[in-house]
Structures are given as C-alpha cells and as structure tokens.
Ligand binder design. Sequence first.
Ligand SMILES: Cc1ncc(COP(=O)(O)O)c(C=O)c1O
Length: 355
Amino acid sequence: MKKYRIDLFSDTNTDPVPAMRRAMCDAEVGNEVAGEDPTVNQLLEKVCALLGKEAAMFLPSGTMCNGIAFRVLCQRPGDLIILDRTAHPLTKSAGLIAGLVQAQPYVIDGVRGIFSAQQIESIIAAPSGYNLARPRIVSIEQTTNLGGGAIWPLKTIEGVCQLAHYYEVKTHMDGARLLHAVAETKIPAADYARHFDSVWIDFSKCLGAPMGSVLAGTQAFIDEAWYYKFQQGGGLHQAGILAAGCLYGLKHHLQELPELHAHTKQLATLLSQLSFLDLNLEEVQTNIIIFEVRHRYLSALDFEQRLHEQGIRVLALDQRRIRLITHLEISISEIEVIFTAIRTIGEEPLTMGAA
Ligand SMILES: Cc1ncc(COP(=O)(O)O)c(C=O)c1O
C-alpha cells in the first residue's frame, strides 16, 4: 500500500500502469551489453530519431547519464563544468562532479536555473595558462527542476552553446524533462538537442516507466561512453524488459503531458489566490510549482508536516519555499483535494486564534 494518497514529491513516484507492465512482461530481450537486445535497440533508434542524434545508449538512471557524459567530455582532472547553482549534478547527485568525474563545478547564478551567454563569457573566454583550470563543458537542465520547471528558451540555448563551441567548450543537456518543454512549446526535441554534444531523456519522469534513460550524441561520443558505462556497472543484460516500459511511455503517456501541465497551472491559479502564499503564475510553465509561504505562524516545514499528516507529500525546500511536482497520477479531482488541504491548513490557526 502507498504511504501517501497524493505524492507531489517527485514525478518519478508513479506506478507503471497494467498495460505497461504487460508490455514489459512480453518484451523480446537479449544481451544489452552485446547490442543484442532488440527492444533496447528499438528504443535507441526511436530516441536517435527524436533527438536527431547519431547514436545512443540505454542507462538505468539520469544521474548515470550526467556522470558518463561529463567523464567523456572532460579531458583531465580539475577541468571546469559550468552549470547553474541549482543543477541536479551539483545539488542532488552525491558529489558526482568532484567525486566521480574529478572535475570542478563553475557555478552560475541563473534566474530559475537559466543563465545567459553574457553570464558565462568571462569564464569561457578566459585566457588559458598552466595555472588555470580549463572550462570543458557547459551543462544546462531542460526543464529546470529546482528552478520550478522553467523552460530554457531556444534563443538562450543558441547563445550559450554558440559561445561555448566558439571557444571549443562542449555542451551537455540534462533532458530529464526535455519532453515537458517540447509538450509546452511544440518546438521539436531535435531543435533543442542539436545545440548539444550530449543529451539525455528520461522515461521515469512523467512517462510512467519504472526506470530508464537514454543518453545520445555522436557515434564517437557513445563509443567512448561505453567504457564508463561498464566501469560504473551500467552494462546491462536482458534490459529489454525495462526498455519496453520506456517505449510504452513514449507511445501512450507522452501525449498526456499537455493536459498534465494544464492541471498544474490550474492548481497554481487556485493557490495564487491564497493570501498566505506567494506564487507567480507566470513562472509555472510545466509540471513543477514552487511557492513561498508568507504565513504569520506557519513555515514551509510546518505546511509540509501538516500535509504529510493528511497523506499529501510535498517538499519544503527550506523554511520558506515548497515544491510540488505533478505527474500522471494527479487528476483534476486531486488538484481540488490538494488546494483544499493547503487552504484549510493556512486558515486554521487564524480561525483558532479568533475563537
Ligand atoms: C533535472 C534532473 N536531472 C537528473 C535527475 C536524476 O535522475 P535519476 O533519478 O534518474 O538519476 C533528476 C531527478 O529527479 C532531475 O530532476
């Protein structure tokens, strides 16, 4: 039985639907490390076509995609990876950049996870010297997780990537939620992806799969990535069972994203009417809402705790901010339940105080 009746902690917290489970059961399989799994190969072909890339590899997680891509694209220990302060490899990947990649993060303070070419120009264009670490990768996140699901505009991507490539710095897109950006802007995934040397997408974040990510790039990039895939224990065997879940997600759940975003915006609209919250509606673009609690007595942590007591799981990012992530299991009726729960908690102490 599930611990929470409504789980807004992460969009990975969805159960595969029965038809997806059946597709996984029936998958044709083979040895993935030998390139002999037909279902994995089918998935890779589809993702290459979707992203306009030459080659791809199947991996169990997005964190592994980031780590492997960084290791391929960096040249020596101490290299710099330029990324936003809120980026997942920096904030939520157990010290991945220093610990595994042996690189250094060069941190940019973007706006909701998005930075401009001007913001990285001084480091990208810095003169080289024996005593200076070299910038090797600019990494961006589409959409931004801790930036509240914000979509990197294509023009901004073009500016950042053109500058990087001019100075022979590689570009990487953490596309955990790239398909959310595509669903919202209708810009093809390949139009975003063509600016990047490496890119990956994820099937467990709103495509309903239990796990699975695909990392893509040139054939030479993927050939080199295989070395690190093995080294990190990412060489798989009958992985077609997992790839079948990913294929099912692409075929059946991808089309649900626009409605999910509409529900998320509906929830944001309701919440924006509450006087004890601060929420900028224009900032809610996809399936993530971040708002500030401005309550006289209750902090974000208090809200988190009280919602948990009612079986609704959210994440207090700090004393002031709460993050909600919606997903395939959040229907319009749940939107009402979430709103009512938050409103009731926020209004309760005032009523008690007045009594
Ligand atoms: C933007 C972003 N990148 C990477 C990851 C890591 O993905 P995984 O949990 O599959 O390792 C996440 C997970 O939520 C994420 O939000």
